[in-house]
Write a protein that binds this ligand. Structure first.
Ligand SMILES: *[C@@H]1O[C@H](CO)[C@@H](O)[C@H](O)[C@H]1NC(C)=O
Length: 345
């Protein structure tokens, strides 16, 4: 009897949660997600006529012709505990602690470190659920430059294909924490050595299901040696969920990899400060947290780089409400420092 009540309660909570957004949309999506196209005019209309909305919805060129299922493929950040893997080593990530630092009201790393070109670069994961790998590789790339070591573009392909089950399922999703452990343990080569496999643009529909994970080759396409091209992380650690801890880390050391829950409306983000309003869950997504600010209307936000190319959001970037753990954005932050181990001076 008690068990039955628990089930009923869970059922009710689940139903209540599902009804919170506009329910006709949810109904549609639970019927057949493979047939539903992104964008959806009813979501765009609902967001844009919502008086309290802090962002503008519209169609994103990058997602033209995508179905909801195609979009789910891009959300490849695994939720849950990577320690649950039976074969992997347990995670032993430390938490960062920073002394008091005076934090500015607005912070954009492109202004603090103008000689780091990677801070202004947006990458594109193609048709593979490799966001967990892109977030990690982008952050370590930035941090090699910020620390004054080197301008290098690090390879997503190495991490995606060579980390194996320790990191998860490649193009079908992985754990950001595991990516950072890979950087510490195995390092990551340059993009020129091991370029990303999925760079050929493809118009939906007709791009097929998820791209298969590329094979780990451990050989450079350019004239470098695999071992010589490796760049390592040292002191891999988690940050947050305290907002000030996240800010201090960004301000002192540069970008952080974060993960959050993607809802349908996120695909329609064009500009402003995103806050979830309508639509159901598509999956977990990992991205590069860069900075913060407050709008003229007093909305506190995080500045984030997505990995869906320049044809999405604010030229590839987006802003999301800061200080409310919106969609879990403050809850799963991980990063690390570049190691001087392989830096040739
Ligand atoms: C990176 O390249 C920029 C020019 O694009 C240069 O100003 C800067 O000094 C370089 N940084 C490092 C660490 O080599």
């Amino acid at each position: 009897m008690k068990l039955l009540w628990t089930f009923l309660l869970i059922g009710l909570l689940g139903a209540a949660q599902a009804i919170r957004p506009i329910d006709p949309l949810i109904q549609q999506v639970t019927v057949d997600p493979s047939a539903i196209l992104v964008p959806q005019d009813d979501i765009i209309g609902a967001v844009n006529s919502e008086p309290s909305a802090t962002w503008v919805a519209g169609e994103n060129e990058r997602l033209e012709g995508f179905t909801v299922d195609d979009l789910k493929v891009l959300c490849g950040s695994k939720a849950g505990d990577p320690n649950a893997l039976p074969l992997a080593k347990p995670l032993t990530l430390k938490r960062s602690h920073h002394p008091d630092v005076e934090l500015p009201k607005n912070f954009d790393p492109r202004q603090k470190w103008p000689s780091c070109p990677s801070l202004s670069a947006i990458r594109d994961q193609g048709h593979c659920g490799s966001c967990w790998a892109f977030g990690a590789v982008e952050v370590l790339t930035d941090r090699f430059c910020i620390a004054g070591h080197e301008n290098v573009t690090l390879s997503t392909n190495d991490l995606l294909s060579c980390c194996g089950f320790e990191c998860g399922d490649g193009c079908e999703g992985g754990w950001p924490e595991r990516a950072w452990e890979y950087f510490e343990r195995s390092g990551v080569v340059s993009e020129q050595c091991d370029p990303y496999f999925d760079t050929v643009p493809c118009k939906h529909p007709g791009c097929g299901p998820v791209k298969p994970t590329p094979k780990c080759v451990r050989g450079c396409k350019d004239d470098e040696l695999w071992g010589d091209s490796k760049h390592y992380a040292a002191n891999v650690y988690t940050v947050g969920p305290d907002v000030e801890d996240l800010q201090k880390e960004l301000f002192l050391n540069g970008p952080i990899e974060v993960a959050f829950t993607v809802y349908q409306d996120f695909a329609h983000y064009k500009s402003g400060v995103y806050k979830h309003l309508y639509g159901g869950v598509l999956g977990g997504h990992a991205v590069k947290l860069m900075g913060w600010g407050t709008t003229d209307d007093g909305v506190d936000y995080w500045l984030i780089a997505n990995s869906w190319g320049y044809g999405w959001g604010e030229d590839g970037y987006f802003r999301i409400v800061r200080g409310e753990n919106e969609c879990g954005i403050e809850g799963e932050a991980v990063t690390g420092l570049p190691s001087v181990k392989k830096v040739v001076v």
